[in-house]
Design a protein around this ligand. Structure first.
Ligand code: SF4
Ligand SMILES: [Zn+2]
Length: 259
């Protein structure tokens, strides 16, 4: 397996993975989306809400705000008291009076290590001084298989494009020009695909060549893209996903050995 990094930061990760297979990558993708733990708002006690929005809508909006924190120090709620105590939940307060727009930065966390991932997410507009929201909120660990609010981001992959030349190319110039991304150039075999990782398999060039060239999709090489919603870094999403897969494989192995 060979990994070539194209882009890497906390929000975006892009790489080419060669010598792998789709089943393996899909297992990594599914684990990342459904089993990696993140922090999200689970309970909202509304003490006062004189805004134009119902409690349930507000709670739903709050739950979708990506949160960051020291996740390793938190216990999963189902292994503790169900998200009521300080070991398995983080308390957040919201107390704002209009006129103003309430933003995610207005949430006050009991744990100094916890925060919102983005401070400028609007929650609600309070039109006058007679509108107020006052609530106590609890955030707990969870995973995407329970609710999408805990999904840490997006993982996607596409098969690596490979140019195949099937005959004599007569109209190389036209084929080269037909690529909207300018990825084709003249090469020893008539045409070459530069930077194949940028090709989106649109097949414009294939149509222009009238079947003389083909863009094949590799079965073993892939372009992988990871985007984080802000709760955890992209690299950690994949690292945790692979750790879960390894744990599951180990468990299966142990069980089989006992039989
Ligand atoms: S498939 Fe589309 S993007 Fe890829 S090389 Fe051909 S024209 Fe360009
Ligand atoms: Zn608890």
């Amino acid at each position: 397996m060979n990994l070539e990094l194209l882009e890497s930061n906390n929000e975006n990760l892009k790489f080419v993975l060669k010598g792998s297979n789709e089943a393996f990558l899909n297992a990594i993708r599914r684990n990342a989306l459904s089993k990696v733990k993140t922090l999200a708002i689970e309970e909202v006690d509304v003490y006062e809400n004189t805004s134009a929005m119902q409690d349930e809508y507000l709670a739903h909006r709050l739950a979708l705000i990506p949160l960051k924190g020291d996740l390793e120090s938190l216990v999963e709620p189902d292994k503790c008291c169900g998200g009521k105590c300080g070991k398995c939940s983080i308390t957040i307060e919201l107390d704002q009076q209009g006129p103003k727009t309430v933003y995610s930065s207005d949430l006050r966390f009991s744990d100094p290590k916890a925060s919102v991932a983005f401070e400028t997410i609007p929650i609600i507009k309070l039109k006058s001084e007679f509108q107020r929201v006052r609530m106590e909120i609890r955030a707990v660990l969870g995973s995407g298989k329970e609710h999408a609010k805990w999904t840490p981001g997006i993982v996607a992959y596409s098969q690596f494009p490979e140019l195949e030349i099937l005959g004599k190319i007569e109209n190389a110039g036209e084929i080269i020009k037909s690529c909207p991304k300018g990825l084709l150039s003249e090469g020893s075999k008539g045409i070459e695909l530069k930077e194949p990782q940028k090709c989106d398999l649109c097949n414009e060039c294939v149509e222009k060549s009238e079947g003389i060239i083909r863009i094949n999709k590799s079965d073993s090489d892939f372009i992988v893209r990871v985007e984080s919603h802000g709760s955890i870094a992209t690299k950690d999403m994949l690292l945790q996903s692979t750790a879960i897969l390894t744990e599951e494989a180990d468990e299966l192995q142990k069980k089989l050995e006992k039989k």
